[in-house]
Design a protein around this ligand. Structure first.
Ligand SMILES: Cc1ncc(COP(=O)(O)O)c(C=O)c1O
Length: 389
């Protein structure tokens, strides 16, 4: 039996596919940064998290739920499926719950891809997608973004052929934040074969400030080949518990249920998500605050020489006006030294750029003030107001 060599003291016969699977690179944790630079506090704007803790009612439900942890969770997460189905006007057999939406995206790869098939996606986009085809021995067709940093949907449609089993659209796109309108998505979907599986990853849909946001769900009700994934990680502030969901045709849901491990979402995650759904007004206030802060940070960047891509997510991709020799990594490091943790674009397929999550007003102020401090030490600041698009 052949396998790819394991680069350690003992060789085990692992699948040769593993060599093709990109390792997911997590951002630096606050603890790592504090230890590395000997600091007592830092501002973390690196992982597109919510700056707000879970709602107090949610925290209470989680605390109370620990008493029942000697029992397995409800495997299919029936109550949460029902609540989401009701909220979105679909049947419970058109909803599936995941250990984060990441898990559902990976399941889509497992359920659909085989050697000899392709996955069409944009590049750069959410790095997890690179895992799917590689793990299945299939091929990723990565279609470069359009000039505005959004999906080039025409080029993606052109990349689809008879080998294609799965198409992923990330909307708004991580790491660029660009949103494609519901009309554009609808035209794209309708240009593809009716039996081709299309996954629309809407992890950031809560932060979209456009009237057509969310229309993909009504599209999915009419088109069984469409699956929309969403998450409780961002607006609901529950990324530490891991819970996401997908809505789509019964065929899509059945495919995911077949590869899903029986108890994939834990009891506390299910209870927290259910409770969080009961407080839409409180969540809406938090989301509005993040969106207002996004506007404020973009306005401040517009008055600087750091270019940025206008964003519809809870993050902004910026291009520092840096010493080209230092690149984004240089500025990334300088920001770390000033106690501000952002994501170096190099690891996201965007060399020369930084992805900055939107935090509380104080956290965003810390970023903007560190940026201004760097600008003062670099005398090249001359032409404010550029955006990247
Ligand atoms: C585009 C995109 N999709 C999915 C996810 C995963 O979210 P979850 O925490 O639900 O697994 C992320 C997380 O950052 C993301 O950026």
């Amino acid at each position: 039996m052949q396998g790819c060599p394991y680069n350690g003291p003992v060789s085990i016969r692992i699948s040769p596919r593993l060599a093709a699977i990109p390792r997911y690179e997590p951002g630096l944790t606050t603890a790592e940064v504090l230890a590395r630079y000997g600091m007592v506090s830092a501002t973390k704007l690196a992982s597109n998290e919510s700056p707000f803790p879970p709602l107090p009612e949610v925290a209470e439900v989680v605390a109370a739920g620990t008493a029942g942890l000697n029992r397995y969770p409800d495997g299919p997460a029936r109550a949460l499926r029902r609540a989401l189905a009701e909220r979105h006007g679909v049947g419970p057999d058109e909803v599936v719950i995941g250990n984060g939406s990441c898990e559902l995206i990976l399941y889509a790869g497992q359920a659909l891809l085989d050697p000899g098939t392709t996955l069409v996606q944009a590049e750069p986009s959410f790095s997890l997608y690179g895992h799917l085809a590689a793990a299945a021995g299939a091929e990723t067709i990565a279609v470069p973004l359009a000039d505005d940093d959004g999906h080039d949907l025409d080029a993606m449609a052109a990349a689809v052929d008879e080998r294609t089993r799965l198409v992923i659209v990330c909307n708004p796109n991580n790491p660029t934040g660009v949103y494609r309108s519901a009309d554009a998505i609808e035209r794209f979907v309708d240009s593809l074969p009716e039996d081709l599986a299309i996954l629309i990853d809407e992890a950031y849909y809560d932060f979209v400030d456009r009237p057509d946001v969310g229309r993909t769900l009504s599209m999915a009700r009419e088109r069984p080949n469409l699956l929309v994934t969403r998450t409780f990680s961002k607006a609901h502030g529950l990324c530490g518990l891991r819970v996401g969901y997908a809505i789509g045709g019964a065929g899509w849901i059945d495919a995911i249920d077949r590869v899903r491990q029986p108890f994939n979402t834990n009891t506390l995650a299910q209870a927290a998500a259910l409770e969080s759904l009961k407080h839409p007004a409180a969540l809406e206030r938090r989301v509005r605050e993040v969106m207002a802060e996004r506007v404020r940070v973009e306005a401040a960047l517009s008055d600087s020489t750091w270019a940025f891509t206008p964003s519809q997510g809870n993050f902004i991709l910026v291009r520092p006006d840096s010493d080209p020799a230092a690149g984004s990594s240089g500025v990334h490091e300088q920001l770390l030294r000033l106690g501000v943790i952002v994501r170096d674009g190099t690891s996201l397929g965007c060399p020369g750029r930084l992805r900055v999550s939107i935090g509380t007003p104080d956290e965003n102020a810390a970023f903007l003030s560190a940026r201004a401090q760097l600008a003062r030490s670099a005398p090249r600041e001359t032409q404010p107001g550029r955006t990247q698009t």
